[in-house]
Design a protein. Structure first.
Length: 381
């Protein structure tokens, strides 16, 4: 199969990811932090190495401010629900995933939290002046995606972080799309909280992710329970990461995530970004030549994290994706991509979008085959 659904989860993974996951399960798959024996201690030490590797990767000075989660969705819920209180006001964008919008709507209903959605243009680009105008005395949080999961548009994260910092509000970044091929520096970008998945651009296994919480920012956990520490107290330990890490961690997955980060370090994040853009550029330019295709992504590495979003005029996206899968053995994603507001912004609520998202292990030959399939589909319409 030609796999072009890396925005959902990266596939295939670097060989080292498979090897390290299996090594962990075979050699030291004990429970980290839940025992004084050598295997438990080794598991804890190996997880700590991954925290440190992530700290270096994102320029997080204290790796203990990184809390592991099972995905970015859980991390976003921690950042949003763990921080906001009744009467608080939030600013977000019209390109956000349901992992942001659903928690905000739930807090609006249950805690009387207010939020404003800043409309983006037809490509999902945002005007910083619109954010400035939306700031109120009770604004506590700015939430933005790094890059849209629908069309790949990259947000001006550094400028948004600076604006939030100057305005005395916290900035929560959803790095689900782009982490692993876009450089993220939490200090330079004034990021106070960041949710990230392990299984997408970071090339780790599914069931991994995390949240970074800036020093001095206190959140309430959304899950309580055993942390392997301070078992004598009846409330959740206050220190990070224990405060946010109740229950047994996905040790093999976290180790695999560390191997994914290692691959990116070795290959070079700029090289990975350039490789993805080469694939996107070829697909974008080839699709532009097909008369009945409409493209919703930009063909610019500064504006696109690695997605070509398109439709055949008058054809539902799910039909096209189905044909690509069943006839041509090409994996894509169709529909609304868990992001209704983004589709409202792009004007594709009725049709959805066919999303092509190459990864670092795709080839130009695979893109050529995909373009030939799209031409055949066009000729059959």
């Amino acid at each position: 199969m030609i796999y072009l659904d890396n925005a959902a989860t990266s596939f295939k993974k670097p060989e080292a990811v498979y090897e390290e996951v299996m090594k962990c399960m075979r050699e030291y798959g004990a429970n980290p932090g839940r025992g004084g024996h050598s295997l438990s201690i080794r598991a804890s030490m190996e997880i700590m190495k991954v925290r440190e590797k992530l700290g270096w990767f994102f320029n997080i000075k204290d790796p203990m401010r990184i809390c592991f989660t099972k995905n970015a969705t859980e991390a976003l819920n921690i950042g949003i629900s763990g921080y906001l209180k009744e009467g608080d006001h939030v600013i977000t964008t019209s390109m956000e995933h349901n992992s942001v919008i659903r928690p905000l709507n739930t807090l609006k209903r249950d805690r009387k939290v207010e939020f404003d959605v800043i409309d983006c243009n037809q490509f999902g680009e945002i005007d910083l002046d619109d954010i400035k105008k939306a700031i109120k005395p009770n604004t506590k949080l700015l939430v933005s995606t790094l890059s849209s999961n629908v069309n790949g548009i990259i947000m001006p994260v550094k400028e948004m972080g600076s604006l939030a910092s100057e305005s005395g509000i916290y900035f929560l970044l959803d790095a689900s799309q782009g982490a692993g091929s876009i450089r993220i520096d939490v200090e330079e970008m004034h990021i106070d909280m960041m949710a990230f998945p392990g299984h997408k651009g970071l090339l780790g296994p599914q069931g991994t992710g995390g949240i970074y919480i800036r020093d001095g920012l206190k959140l309430s956990p959304i899950i309580f329970g055993g942390t392997g520490s301070h078992s004598e107290i009846v409330f959740q330990p206050e220190m990070l990461p224990d405060n946010m890490e109740s229950g047994t961690l996905n040790t093999p997955g976290i180790i695999g995530l560390g191997a994914g980060i290692g691959y990116i370090e070795e290959a070079g994040i700029d090289n990975i970004k350039a490789r993805k853009h080469e694939l996107v550029k070829t697909l974008h330019e080839g699709a532009e030549e097909i008369g009945c295709v409409k493209i919703y992504s930009k063909n610019d590495p500064k504006s696109n994290s690695g997605i070509v979003a398109m439709n055949f005029n008058g054809i539902d996206s799910t039909e096209v994706s189905y044909v690509l899968d069943k006839v041509y053995n090409i994996a894509t994603r169709a529909g609304l991509h868990c992001s209704l507001m983004a589709h409202q912004t792009l004007g594709t609520v009725k049709s959805g979008i066919v999303r092509f998202s190459p990864g670092p292990f795709n080839t130009l030959d695979e893109i050529d085959i995909t373009l030939n399939a799209l031409r055949e589909i066009s000729n059959s319409i």
